[in-house]
Design a protein around this ligand. Sequence first.
Ligand code: AP5
Ligand code: MG
Length: 216
Amino acid sequence: MAKFLVLLGPPGVGKGTQAKILSDRTGLAHISSGDLFRENLKNQTELGKLAQTYMGRGELVPDDVTIAMIRERLAQPDCSAGAILDGFPRTPSQADALAVMLDEFNGHVDAVPFIIGAEDVLVERLSDRWTCRANGHIFNQKSNPPDKAGVCDVDGSELYQRDDDKAETVKRRIQVYLEQTSPLISYYRDQGKLIEVDGMQTIEQVTQMLLSALKM
Ligand code: AP5
Ligand code: MG
């Protein structure tokens, strides 16, 4: 049966950073709902244009279109052994939909690492974040700088600052997380799947804690 990990945690805590590292180390696919929306926006699809109206304000994209996008991604062959989900689910109804979809794809949510972080650190990390235009590789001008400013170490593409990383939008994203996503903490704790990890350590330390908690 295919195993899926759900990375849970507030904006800026390191979900994307850790998902990429875990995906490289385990070979499991990395599915980031935010990256999928940004890819759609880059390609100017109808979904991308719709998503942008919510993302720009720090609000969640409606559940129905988000679930449909993830369903399509889960059906791809690289997910047959499982995947690391980063940013999805983000509401209890998305989590219910995920359980139904995984049933259909002969998989299940194996564990839910919940990365914890303090709000002031999250805002600072996001204001220092630089993201790769081509493939979403993640850097930070203080904690994880690229070798050459403005250029991705991995694929040489341009680095940019996300529109939604402005301080006031980040504050709204954190509020939305607390109101709409944090109920998933007890949702998965009640299922015995939640693993709490301190996201305020270095990137490497967080990776080590995840690998040992997940026995990977
Ligand atoms: P999304 O792209 O998922 O954004 P997010 O959840 O707000 O999370 P971030 O990507 O900002 O943070 P992260 O935890 O991945 O941190 P990162 O590793 O980059 O979603 C964007 C928008 O899309 C949403 O607001 C919503 O509109 C929409 N959306 C997405 N999914 C949706 C869904 N399911 N339903 C509805 N709408 C949805 O790290 C941050 C920075 O910190 C980086 O600079 C990194 O280098 C640095 N860093 C990481 N770890 C450490 C560390 N341990 N120490 C020091 N620095 C660190
Ligand atoms: Mg991310």
